[in-house]
Write a protein that binds this ligand. Structure first.
Ligand code: ATP
Ligand code: MG
Length: 403
C-alpha cells in the first residue's frame, strides 16, 4: 500500500475500523448518530467506506458540507443528493419545480452543477427541506442514511453569515424530520465540537436540545495493532529498505499515538528522504515535523483554537497545558496548587478561579477533555495530555526542556 496522507483511501486500504463500522451500522438501525473525533483521526475515511460498502436495505449518502454557509445552500446540496443519488431525480425535480414556482414565480434552475434555488425561494428553505425529505422518506421502504461531514464547520459559517437564528432553525428542522420519519437517519460528523456551537447558540437564547436524540460516538485513533499493521504495509508498499520491520512499524505507531494520518506522513517522509526505515529514522522524522516552522502537521491549530473554544478563559487553558507539558499527570487540586504558584494571571476573574472557584476550574477541565486536549486517569483522577505527540509539540513549542 502506498502512502497517501490526507487523500482518499480506497475501502480495501482502510486498516482496522471494522468493529467501529459494525457498531455504527448497529446504531443506525435504531438511531441517528454523532461521530466525533479529533482532526485527522479518520472520520471521513470511515464514512466513505460505509458509503462504498452499504448494508442490505440501506440507502446511504455522504456529503462534505464544510464549505456550506447558508441553510439554502445546505438544502440545495441535500436536494441534489436526494434527487441524483437516491434515484428520484425526475420526481423530486418536478415537485420542487412547481413548489418553487408557486413560491416565487421563478424557475428552479437545475443544471449539471446541481440545484440552485432562485433568490426569492431562499427564505423558504425550511419548507423546501421538508418537502425533499418527505419525498425521500415516504417513497422509500429502505433505511435512508444521510451523513453530513463537518457539520459544526457549516453551522459556524451559517452563524457568521446568516446569524444564530438560522442555525438554530436548521438544527431544529433536522431534528423534527428525524422524529417524523422512522426510516430516516442522519449522521453528523465533526472534529470541532458541536457542543461549542450549541453553547454559543444557548448564549443567544436557544433552548432546544437539537442532538439529544442522536447517539454520541467518540472515535479513537487506531488500536496499536492496527496502527502497526498500517505502518508495516506502508513500509512494504513504498519498497523501503528495512531491517527491523516489526520494531520499526511498532515504533512509528507509538510515536504518533496510532493516528493514521501521521503514520502515512512519517513513512512518506522516510520515502522522500530515501533513507532506511528504522526506529531511529522514524524518531528523527517526528522530531523534524514537530520542529518544522512550516508546521506540516498543522499542530499550531491546537494552540490557535483555544481562543475560539474558551474565549476569556483561553489563558487558563493555556496555563493548564503549560503545566501538564512540564509535569507528571496531576489531579485537579494539584493542578490548582501548581498554577497558583507558577502563574500570574493578568485577568482578575481567572485569578479568582484559580484561588477560589473550584467549580469553574472543574468545568474548564471537563471541556478540555471533551475537546481532546486532556485525558483523566480513571483510577487516580489525574489529568494528562490526551495525545503524547501533542504534549511533545507543546513542550517543544513552549521551549520547555528536560523531563
Ligand atoms: N483506517 C485507515 N487506514 C489507513 N489510512 C487511514 C485510515 N484512516 C485514516 N487514514 C489516513 O489518514 C488520513 C486522514 O483521514 P481522514 O481524512 O479520514 O480523517 P478525518 O478525521 O476526516 O480528518 P479531518 O478532521 O481533517 O477531516 C487519510 O487521508 C489517510 O491517509
Ligand atoms: Mg474529514
Amino acid at each position: 500500500m502506498k502512502t497517501n496522507p490526507g487523500g482518499n483511501i480506497a475501502p480495501n486500504n482502510v486498516i482496522g475500523r471494522d468493529r467501529l463500522i459494525k457498531r455504527l451500522w448497529e446504531t443506525l438501525d435504531n438511531q441517528s448518530a454523532l461521530l466525533v473525533a479529533e482532526r485527522r483521526i479518520g472520520k471521513t475515511t470511515v464514512i466513505r467506506k460505509m458509503e462504498a460498502e452499504p448494508t442490505e436495505n440501506t440507502v446511504i449518502k455522504v456529503r462534505d458540507i464544510e464549505a456550506v454557509s447558508s441553510p439554502t445552500e445546505f438544502v440545495e446540496r441535500v436536494t441534489q443528493d436526494v434527487a441524483e443519488h437516491l434515484g428520484k431525480f425526475h420526481k423530486t425535480a418536478r415537485q420542487l419545480k412547481s413548489f418553487v414556482n408557486s413560491l416565487s414565480g421563478a424557475e428552479l434552475n437545475v443544471n449539471a452543477l446541481g440545484f440552485k434555488f432562485p433568490e426569492m425561494a431562499a427564505p423558504h428553505w425550511k419548507e423546501l427541506l421538508e418537502k425533499v425529505m418527505a419525498d425521500l422518506a415516504e417513497d422509500n421502504n429502505q433505511k435512508v442514511i444521510l451523513i453530513w461531514d463537518e457539520m459544526p464547520w457549516m453551522l459556524q459559517k451559517i452563524i457568521k453569515t446568516a446569524g444564530e437564528r438560522e442555525a438554530m432553525d436548521l438544527l431544529d428542522t433536522l431534528r423534527g424530520l428525524r422524529q417524523t420519519y422512522a426510516n430516516l437517519r442522519m449522521v453528523y460528523t465533526g472534529s470541532i465540537g458541536l457542543h461549542h456551537v450549541i453553547t454559543a447558540l444557548r448564549d443567544e437564547g436557544y433552548v432546544s436540545s437539537p442532538v439529544n436524540d442522536m447517539r454520541h460516538i467518540e472515535m479513537p485513533p487506531l488500536n496499536m495493532q492496527d496502527a502497526k499493521e498500517l505502518a508495516l504495509k506502508l513500509i512494504q508498499g513504498e519498497g523501503l529498505k528495512c531491517d527491523l520491520l516489526d520494531d520499526t512499524a511498532e515504533c512509528v505507531a507509538g510515536l504518533v499515538d496510532a493516528v493514521p494520518f501521521y503514520i502515512h506522513h512519517v513513512i512518506a517522509k522516510i520515502a522522500d528522504q530515501g533513507c532506511v526505515a528504522s526506529p531511529e529514522n522514524a524518531q528523527k522524522i517526528v522530531k523534524q515535523s514537530i520542529a518544522d516552522a512550516q508546521d506540516p502537521w498543522d499542530l499550531e491549530h491546537y494552540r490557535s483554537r483555544l481562543g475560539e473554544y474558551y474565549g476569556n478563559k483561553a489563558e487558563l487553558a493555556r496555563a493548564v497545558l503549560d503545566q501538564l507539558a512540564q509535569s507528571q499527570p496531576l489531579t485537579r487540586e494539584q493542578l490548582r496548587e501548581q498554577l497558583k504558584v507558577a502563574r500570574q494571571f493578568t485577568n482578575d476573574q481567572l485569578r479568582a478561579t484559580i484561588e477560589h472557584d473550584t467549580e469553574e476550574f472543574r468545568k474548564i477541565l471537563k471541556l478540555m477533555q471533551r475537546d481532546h486536549y486532556l485525558a483523566q486517569d480513571e483510577d487516580t483522577g489525574a489529568y494528562r495530555f490526551r495525545f503524547d505527540l501533542i504534549r511533545n509539540w507543546w513542550r517543544f513549542d513552549g521551549g520547555y526542556h528536560g523531563e
